[in-house]
Write a protein that binds this ligand. Structure first.
Ligand code: PMP
Length: 404
């Protein structure tokens, strides 16, 4: 709590509202005037935003005469978007039915709804370590107690999960996982672990919050079934999805796929929150899908992100061989770099910024600040030649930090 709020009659839950280092980076970086290679934010590349197609669709669906597109929408989502989304998902691992679908204001609202419906103060919520801390912050905002379970190359360690739950002496209310191209590690949970996770959740009666925004951005390796598919028909799986990474984050349009018996509760919760998701944005997304733009767009994105990931691997090998280790994701936006002590990535950050490169320090991905020697790099936002330049700058920053 800040000194200014101490005299106000705040609710207990307000103390659980932790800020996001990840989100704060947006304004921090916007305030910089010198040339910076930006590996910090998890946004699609500017040139990967399909502005031309969106402009065409916008002229069709939001032009003069489209006053109804500016009205309130049905809370569960605009019928046109719901229909286009069902079609888009047909034949994929996320194929679903209308009675399971609720349109949300981005993935974050899906995470908020999951925690709102299931988490009481003091409940145990499992999160990955490292994790997307905006997600764990949502659990904290409902006064959850977090249990941080390590992630390795195959995703969340299910052996550790079992051991830690046993040691905690009580079962979790929810398990929050980012199973595919995890933010921040880039790791994907193996099929065997996905199945074991679902088995344990069933045994414990825990909700699985399946947050999978990057799954459609696979550029290497074999596809894995989503937890949504593996848990088909299981009311414990609460799947959170978003258009933020596959079209654009500023649209703030996503969806949740849940047991049908939850839908009315979701509608009630959303009505008490934001009435409906921004209708012009829903119409824009629906038009984009109906116009057949997504497949072509995704194919181009996958190919470009593959090139960028390779460029980053090459640059890291050139500049950091022997002094750091890093992950090799098969999709998504991020990889994770681990230094040995004494490199502290929070101390490195201002030096790197001065050198002209930005990243997010590892501790930003851990409620218990367990990653002082790690950092997250987003390869998606930067073209290959700039990636090489940015990684070279990062190496210079490490050398400068070491010599101070
Ligand atoms: N989950 C994960 C793992 C993410 O990386 C993000 C975006 N960074 C979100 C959820 C939030 O998505 P949205 O921007 O649609 O709210």
């Amino acid at each position: 709590m800040t000194p200014q709020t101490q005299t106000l009659p705040l609710a207990d839950r307000a103390t659980g509202l932790v800020g996001s280092v990840i989100d704060s980076s947006t304004s921090l970086l916007a305030a910089q005037t010198h040339d910076i290679v930006r590996f910090a934010m998890g946004s699609p590349a500017a040139e990967a935003i399909p502005t031309q197609a969106l402009a065409e669709v916008s002229a069709q669906v939001l032009g003069p005469g489209a006053a109804d597109a500016y009205d309130y929408a049905a809370t569960e989502g605009d019928p046109g978007l719901r229909e286009a989304l069902l079609t888009m998902l047909e034949g994929t691992s996320d194929a679903t039915t209308a009675d399971r679908l609720t349109i949300t204001s981005g993935g974050m609202q899906g995470l908020d709804l999951a925690n709102k419906l299931f988490v009481d103060p003091g409940d145990l919520v499992v999160v990955e370590s490292p994790t997307y801390t905006n997600g764990s912050a949502t659990a904290l905002s409902y006064q959850a107690q977090l249990l941080e379970v390590p992630v390795d190359d195959e995703g969340m360690s299910i052996d550790s999960l079992e051991a830690q739950v046993e040691a905690a002496g009580r079962t979790p209310k929810a398990i929050y996982t980012i199973p595919t191209f995890q933010n921040p590690s880039g790791a994907s949970m193996s099929l065997e672990r996905r199945q074991r996770l679902l088995d344990l959740a069933r045994q414990w009666g825990s909700i699985v919050i399946d947050d999978d925004p990057y799954g459609m951005l696979r550029f290497a390796g074999e596809p894995l079934p989503t937890l949504r598919e593996l848990g088909a028909g299981d009311p414990l799986v609460f799947s959170v999805r978003t258009f933020s990474k596959i079209i654009a984050p500023g649209l703030r349009v996503g969806w949740v796929d849940t047991a049908p018996e939850l839908q009315q509760l979701l509608i009630n919760a959303k009505q008490a929150m934001d009435t409906c998701t921004n209708l012009p944005a829903q119409r824009l997304v629906a038009g984009f899908l109906r116009g057949g733009h997504l497949e072509e767009h995704l194919a181009a994105q996958r190919e470009e992100y593959r090139r960028r990931k390779i460029a980053m691997q090459e640059a890291l090998t050139e500049h950091f061989d022997g002094i750091a280790r890093w992950t090799d994701p098969e999709g998504g936006f991020f990889l994770w770099v681990s230094f040995d002590p004494p490199v502290k990535t929070e101390d490195l950050f201002p030096v790197a910024l001065a050198e002209g490169v930005a990243y997010i320090p590892g501790n930003a991905f851990s409620p218990s600040q367990a990653f002082p020697h790690d950092l997250r790099l987003c390869f998606a936002t930067t073209p290959p030649d700039r990636i090489h330049e940015g990684v070279a700058r990062l190496r210079r920053a490490v050398d400068r930090l070491g010599s101070t």
